[in-house]
Design a protein around this ligand. Structure first.
Ligand SMILES: [Zn+2]
Ligand SMILES: [Zn+2]
Length: 217
């Protein structure tokens, strides 16, 4: 999403951001937003490399050319965010960052196989880890995942009945899940550069946590 600064009174910025997706606000109960100031630095070679790697993986999956894939993704990004037309030869870093994360969200949503771990391509890691939970994809290797609770839920608590909201979790395949239980938490998180994401109402509902269901650990 893009906005324009419409005022500054010395203590607060006033921002107008065109937005029409009422579903997100009402059904997901979103009340906060993140603001990044666009500083005008041009995108980095690493960002460009990530984008072309994503275009390549998506084109292999869909059968379209890399160029067609790029055009489609850009058009979709512009339509959804209200961003202005940009070129990958000289756009700013923030636009590149938002575009990369937009394409990654699409890969997760449509289960597109990617050659490298999307963890290495994501710019906003917290957002990526959140989406991995939402789509049950291992945040390290991309395989189908289980929910791993980073917080140890107390011995007395029945995992099927407690409310999971507020607990930290991450999506891991069976192999990485086993590894997470074998290694100390900080060693595992440090090795892969991952961290727990707080389960909110949307994730609990989507993952059917807190309802009668097979236990998670
Ligand atoms: Zn994995
Ligand atoms: Zn676990």
């Amino acid at each position: 999403m893009y906005g324009r600064i419409t005022g500054f009174d010395g203590e607060a910025l006033y921002i107008t951001a065109p937005f029409s997706d009422a579903w997100v606000l009402e059904k997901q109960g979103v009340t906060e937003t993140e603001i990044r100031l666009i500083d005008g630095r041009a995108l980095s070679p690493a960002q460009r490399k990530k984008l072309y790697a994503l275009f390549r993986d998506i084109s292999l999956y869909t059968g379209h050319t890399t160029e067609e894939t790029k055009d489609f993704l850009k058009t979709d990004f512009l339509a959804r965010t209200g961003a202005e037309e940009f070129s990958l030869s000289d756009c700013d870093m923030t636009t590149a960052r938002l575009f990369i994360d937009h394409v990654i969200a699409m890969c997760l949503k449509h289960d597109i196989p990617c050659r490298d771990s999307l963890l290495d391509r994501a710019e906003d890691i917290a957002r990526y880890l959140y989406l991995c939970l939402a789509h049950r994809k291992c945040c390290i290797c991309g395989k189908t995942a289980h929910v791993h609770h980073v917080d140890r839920i107390g011995m007395g608590a029945n995992r099927n009945e407690i409310c999971h909201e507020g607990y930290q979790a991450m999506a891991l395949c069976w192999k990485h899940h086993r590894e997470a239980h074998e290694k100390p938490r900080d060693a595992f998180n440090g090795l892969y550069h991952v961290f727990g994401i707080k389960l909110d109402g949307f994730l609990c509902k989507k993952l059917k946590l807190g309802k009668r269901r097979k236990a998670v650990s």
